[in-house]
Ligand binder design. Structure first.
Ligand code: ZN
Length: 241
């Protein structure tokens, strides 16, 4: 719902969901993630219009991300913000892939919520909250600062637009959550993001010749998720744990 409504400026609270074709309201029993789409065989109950498979795919992806977050963090306080973070990153990634933008209506509230959540989490779960808050916030600023330099450097050299300010705002959020675990992981996020972005970018270029805007958000997000999931292994490998 966020993916469909936020870019067009609609409210995510009201009105309740309805079929875009016949405008019939969608009853709660037809609004169960994935299950309803399968039971309705991908069609509106009242007019039979096809419901795109993207809807259940996003719902399924979100469920998978929450399971992965559960496996990584177990039953802990950390699980709550990181599972929510994964959902926000999913929404931003799909929007970026479709529209080549990361809406301020998602990035700004997420930045503020991240700062508040990191403060609460640091006091609730660590012996040294000041250090954890500082390392999270500095990592967010550091990642965003680095991408800003890259962004303007790229534009200066190529006279083309690569990344946008949306990517920089996303990097603040990613840096905070990756850096809260350990600041060095931000470097790994960037490496993973570059590898994902490069591999997919080259593949896309090979398939279609004409140049189109290239979304960086999904790869930045994926890089951070990879660094968060593999953080124990990475920190052990570099001798920090
Ligand atoms: Zn309908």
């Amino acid at each position: 719902m966020v993916i469909v409504r936020v870019p067009s400026g609609e409210s995510v609270l009201r009105p309740p969901s309805k079929c875009p074709q016949c405008e019939a309201p969608i009853s709660p029993r037809d609004n169960i993630p994935v299950v309803s789409w399968v039971l309705l065989r991908g069609r509106c109950r009242s007019c039979g219009t096809e419901i795109p498979a993207g809807y259940p795919l996003v719902e399924l992806s979100n469920a998978v991300l929450w399971v992965i977050a559960g496996l990584r963090f177990g039953a802990s306080w950390e699980l709550v913000p990181y599972a929510l973070l994964f959902s926000v990153l999913l929404a931003l990634s799909v929007i970026d892939l479709e529209l080549y933008l990361l809406p301020n209506r998602i990035t700004y509230p997420s930045m503020i919520a991240s700062v508040v959540a990191v403060v609460v989490l640091s006091f609730a779960t660590t012996d040294d909250p000041g250090r954890h808050i500082a390392q999270a916030l500095l990592s967010g600023l550091g990642y965003a600062g680095f991408l800003t330099v890259m962004l303007f450097g790229f534009e200066f050299v190529t006279k083309k637009q690569g990344m946008g300010m949306g990517d920089v705002k996303l990097a603040v959020i990613l840096g905070i959550w990756v850096g809260w675990i350990e600041p060095v992981l931000v470097v790994y996020s960037l490496i993973f993001a570059s590898v994902f972005g490069l591999v997919v970018g080259v593949a896309v270029l090979a398939v279609r010749r004409e140049s189109r805007p290239y979304p960086f958000g999904p790869w930045l997000a994926l890089g951070a998720v990879a660094a968060i999931l593999a953080s124990d292994q990475i920190l052990e490998a570099v001798g920090l744990r």
